[in-house]
Design a protein around this ligand. Structure first.
Ligand code: PEP
Ligand code: MN
Length: 346
């Protein structure tokens, strides 16, 4: 159930409704919006009696939710979700670009590439310290020492850091060191990990599972939000199909589909989505055209020596050209790209 509070409702009215929900043994989720606050109610095994709330001060409408997700839905929150990570606003009119190598390989490599992507205008830096790999014999990341290197890259460039947590143990470490916790495609339906990410106090970048439907994807985000973490970024990264000209099939149609029913920001990862360097820029441009709120792009200055995903990494200069292109494209869809040029040496 959603409880919609009128524009005139006071903070005390909202508080009273939240208390009532708790007394009934359920969990309240107050979502302030531009024109009204809606309060989502979760933890109820079946429909909740409207009589508990309909006459409470400030309540104007009770909505029984028809789909399986509640908190991710625009019914609860008509306005887009926006939040800041460091000095970067996510979900606003500015398009946000995350860039960096697939994996943290060494301090030297990480700082070198960070400086380059920052100079070409990236907003947030990426790099995996815990790598989920198909083969047990591949490079699995530097772990905690990789996180420490990423923290140095943040200090060096001023860019916030996003990096993946692959299990409960790494989640605790990632929460401590990074600015955004990434949950990868392979873990999109690891429900206990989603619940833990929901208890974390950092925003979560949730990648779409390789065979996840729109409902599966939104329900995964719902797990995180149901635990009280409302700062979720969805990320389309390609799905498995029969097509073999790309690593995955980048399903850009999910962007408008998400926008229609959810207030959450959605980013696109054309690197994992295509797996091929020459397809990354065209699909990035397409992602902007279709309404993505941001991009996450793998960049490496020595892709032939990269320990993972070299074939899909853009060279820094190509990344710079792509930034030029999306800067020109963005106004067509009433967006902007403000480049963070120049390295800040703290
Ligand atoms: C990644 O971004 O490094 C990654 C492993 O992505 P995905 O989970 O989408 O495969
Ligand atoms: Mn990768």
């Amino acid at each position: 159930m959603l409880i919609v509070m009128g524009a005139h409702a006071t903070a005390a009215d909202v508080e009273r409704v939240c208390k009532k929900i708790e007394e009934l043994g359920f969990k309240p989720h107050a979502m302030p919006g531009a024109s009204r606050t809606a309060i989502g109610l979760t933890g109820n095994p079946g429909p909740v009696e409207a009589g508990y709330f309909e006459n409470m001060p400030g309540v104007v409408e009770l909505i029984q939710v028809t789909h399986p997700y509640k908190l991710v839905s625009r019914e609860l929150k008509p306005d887009n979700t926006e939040f800041t990570v460091g000095d970067v606003l996510i979900g606003g009119t500015e398009i946000v670009v995350i860039a960096g190598p697939c994996a943290v390989e060494s301090e030297e490599q990480t700082l070198r590439i960070a400086e380059k992507v920052r100079a070409f205008g990236a907003h947030i830096y990426r790099g995996g310290a815990f790598k989920p790999r198909t083969s047990p014999y591949s490079f699995h990341g530097l772990g905690l020492s990789g996180l420490k290197i990423l923290a140095k890259a943040r200090e060096y460039t001023g860019m916030p850091i996003v990096t993946e947590a692959i299990d409960h143990e790494s989640l605790q470490m990632v929460e401590e060191y990074a600015d955004i916790i990434q949950i990868g495609a392979r873990n999109m339906q690891n429900f206990s990990l989603l619940r833990s990410a929901g208890k974390a106090r950092k925003p979560v970048l949730l990648k779409r599972g390789m065979s996840a439907t729109l409902d599966d994807f939104l329900l995964a985000a719902e797990y995180i939000m149901a635990e009280g973490n409302y700062q979720v970024i969805l990320c389309e990264r390609g799905i498995r199909t029969f097509a073999d000209h790309t690593r995955n099939t980048l399903d850009l149609s999910i962007v408008p589909a998400v926008k229609r029913i959810s207030h959450l920001p959605i980013f696109v990862d054309p690197s994992h989505g295509t797996g091929k360097r020459h397809k990354v820029a065209p699909m990035s441009r397409a992602a902007i055209a279709v309404g993505a709120d941001g991009l996450i792009i793998e960049v490496h200055d020595q892709p032939e020596n990269a320990l993972s995903d070299g074939p899909q990494a853009l060279l820094p200069e190509t990344f710079g050209q792509l930034m030029d292109e999306i800067q020109m494209l963005a106004p067509v869809v009433k967006r902007t790209v403000t480049r963070k040029d120049g390295v800040r040496h703290n």
